[in-house]
Design a protein around this ligand. Sequence first.
Ligand code: ADP
Ligand code: MG
Length: 252
Amino acid sequence: MTTPAASASNGPMIEIQRLNKWYGDFHVLRDIDLTVARGERIVICGPSGSGKSTLIRCVNHLEEHQQGEIVVNGIAMTQDVKRIEQIRRHVGMVFQHFNLFPHLSVLENCCLSQVWVQKKPRAEAEATAMEYLERVQIANQAYKYPGQLSGGQQQRVAIARALCMRPDVMLFDEPTSALDPEMIKEVLDVMVELAHEGMTMLCVTHEMGFAKTVADRVIFMDQGQIIEEAPPESFFNNPRSERTQLFLSQIL
Ligand code: ADP
Ligand code: MG
C-alpha cells in the first residue's frame, strides 16, 4: 500500500479516471476524467444539477462512486474506512452553508478535528487555530459562536478550520453562493491569497472574476459530463461548445 509519506512528493494530487456514479437509476456522473496537478487551481462551473457537488464530494468520499478510479495524493480510494480516513487527512473541504458546529465557539470549531482526529495536545491545537484565524483576519472573534457572526465571517472560519488540518488540497463547493453580495469579496480575497500561496484547489464556483484571476483551468460540466476545459482566457473568450457559450451568456 502506498503511504502518504512515500507518495507526497510525486505524481498528481488528484487523479480521476472514468468515474461513473448513479443515484438509483439516475446516472449523475458520466465517464469523468480529471487530473489535478500539485499546486494547480481548477474552477468547475456549470448549470445547477450538472453534478459539480457530487463530483467534488466523491474526492473525499462524502459520496460513493460505482465505477472508475479516484487517487488522492497517491492513495487509491476504496471502501476501506482506514483508507478513506487516510485520504481525508489530505483534503480540506468548504461548503456552501459553512457547516460550522453551532454549539461550539469559533476556536472550538477549529480545534475539534485537530484534537480528535490528529490527536494534538489542546494547547498546540489552539495555537494552530489562532494562527489560521489570524490569517483569515477573524482571530478577534475566536470566542464567539457561529450564530453571532455574519455569513462572510462564518465562511472565513470554515476556511480556517479546514486549513488547521494542513491539507494538501482544498475543495470548495460554491463557498460564496449563500452570502450577501457585500460579503462575497472578503471570502474570495482569502481564497485568492490561498491560491497565491500555492495551495492546490478544486473550486466549484460561478465567480468568474475569481476564475480569471487564479484558475489554471476552468471546467464546464453539464448533465454529469465534462463538456469543456481550458485555461480561463480561452474558456471565456473562445468557448468551443455551444452549451458552454449558452451557459456563459446566462451568467456573465
Ligand atoms: P450541482 O452541484 O451541479 O448542482 P449535484 O451534484 O448537487 O449538482 O446534483 C446532480 C444531480 O443529482 C441533480 O439532479 C440532483 O438532483 C441529483 N442528486 C444530488 N444528490 C442526490 C441524492 N443524494 N440522491 C438523489 N439524487 C441526487
Ligand atoms: Mg452543487
